[in-house]
Design a protein around this ligand. Structure first.
Ligand SMILES: Nc1ncnc2c1ncn2[C@@H]1O[C@H](COP(=O)(O)OP(=O)(O)O)[C@@H](O)[C@H]1O
Ligand SMILES: [Mg+2]
Length: 372
């Protein structure tokens, strides 16, 4: 099969994607499959990369994928083009050339990656792609909408107050919100953007003055934000794969050495967090996490893969769903892949499985009627 790997992207998580995609490329069996590398720049342009780039990262375990921006390698998407003509390369001298592919693996994180935007583009092009569909991706990117869906089917979420920018700009509205927060929650509270990731714009507030500051910080990143009670949380994660028949793998635990699992703990501090698989929980709790992960995934109509993240409140042992990542960090040593590995699914098998799930989902949907 021919697999196009999309990587980079117009997102704060561009660099994380380079790492994830490097790992994916290294572990696709090139005797069995052909890889097309498509790098997306930070400004959102797509460029076909030379085959040497694949060889370079396969031969050097320290190498990380780069993105070359050659003007005769611009890639474009053609609505209705399908697997033969849905992707084209716009060479300046030779005009457009088709880039036939069987499946696309968007190894992209965050905005314009796992938020339904590239998924919509690939739906229009009629090419199978790995992961959740448009609606599932878009809802899962939005922490308010995700929690509303989960609450609606009776799944446990941390209570929240959502604030939109028009409210922030109205003093009377904000006084009501402060009142509500102070009535329903006790300090400290936690503030975060609704549709960001990597803990950007997230912080803890111990009093009203700190809350005002935290809200201002979160609004730098998004048009709406969440205020929640601050949970003294154990952070539990669970990988799930599948379309209809779902598998939830051995849950793991993150033990951040910082005040919470912040950006530095995630990416820049090598001692920022310990990863523990399986999570240090008894068997019935592990089972409960897996069952809840499946319900959370189903409630959002997810497909392909997702990492479902939980909190366990240390003060009373209550388990809450926190959020879901539809294209989680995906290197061979990321939590997602390590949790699959702990249940016996090796990284390269995991990639094969996701490609197959993508094609199966595409074929099923292709049978649907689109006209009378
Ligand atoms: N209500 C909360 N109470 C305490 N800590 C929280 C709360 N919400 C988030 N956090 C901390 O912030 C981190 C990032 O928040 P999260 O909701 O996972 O967003 P993202 O990972 O998408 O940035 C969490 O892993 C956790 O450490
Ligand atoms: Mg998170």
């Amino acid at each position: 099969m021919t697999i196009a790997v999309l990587y980079g992207g117009k997102t704060g998580e561009h660099e994380v994607s380079l790492l994830s995609a490097t790992s994916v490329v290294r572990n696709i069996d090139t005797k069995k499959h052909k890889i097309l590398l498509i790098g997306i720049t930070k400004t959102g342009r797509w460029y076909l990369q030379s085959n040497n780039e694949i060889k370079r990262v396969k031969n050097d375990e320290k190498a990380i994928l780069k993105i070359q921006t050659m003007s005769d390698m611009v890639v474009s998407v053609v609505p209705g083009g399908g697997t033969d003509g849905g992707l084209i390369v716009l060479g300046s001298e030779f005009g457009a050339k088709n880039l036939p592919v069987d499946v696309i693996f968007p190894v992209l994180h965050g905005t314009y990656g796992e938020d339904g935007c590239p998924q919509g583009l690939l739906e229009m092009a009629e090419i199978p792609y790995v992961g959740g569909g448009v609606m599932a991706s878009a809802v899962s990117m939005d922490k308010e909408k995700t929690k509303q869906v989960w609450e609606q089917v009776g799944l446990p979420v941390v209570p929240f107050v959502c604030v939109r920018r028009y409210q922030k700009e109205n003093d009377a509205e904000m006084e009501q919100i402060y009142k509500q927060v102070e009535r329903d929650f006790t300090y400290p509270v936690f503030v975060k953007p609704c549709c960001a990731g990597s803990s950007v714009g997230a912080s803890k507030a111990v009093d009203k003055a700190a809350l005002e500051k935290a809200i201002a910080e979160a609004f730098l990143w998004d048009e709406k934000i969440l205020i929640e009670p601050c949970i003294q949380a154990r952070e539990i994660e669970c990988s799930v794969t599948g379309n209809d028949e779902l598998v939830a793998y051995t849950p793991g635990e993150i033990k951040p050495s910082h005040e919470f699992y912040d950006y530095e703990a995630k990416y820049t501090d090598p001692n920022g967090a310990a990863l523990l698989i399986p999570a240090d929980l008894d068997d019935s709790r592990l089972r409960e996490v897996r069952q809840l992960a499946v319900k959370a995934y189903q409630a959002l109509d997810l497909s392909g893969l997702s990492r479902v993240d939980f909190f366990i409140d240390k003060t009373n042992d209550r388990l809450y769903l926190n959020e879901v990542n539809t294209i989680p960090g995906f290197t061979s040593i990321s939590m997602f892949s390590k949790m699959c590995e702990a249940s016996g699914l090796h990284y390269s098998q995991l990639i094969e499985k996701l490609l197959e799930l993508a094609i199966t989902r595409f074929k099923k949907r292709k049978q649907l009627k689109t006209s009378r």
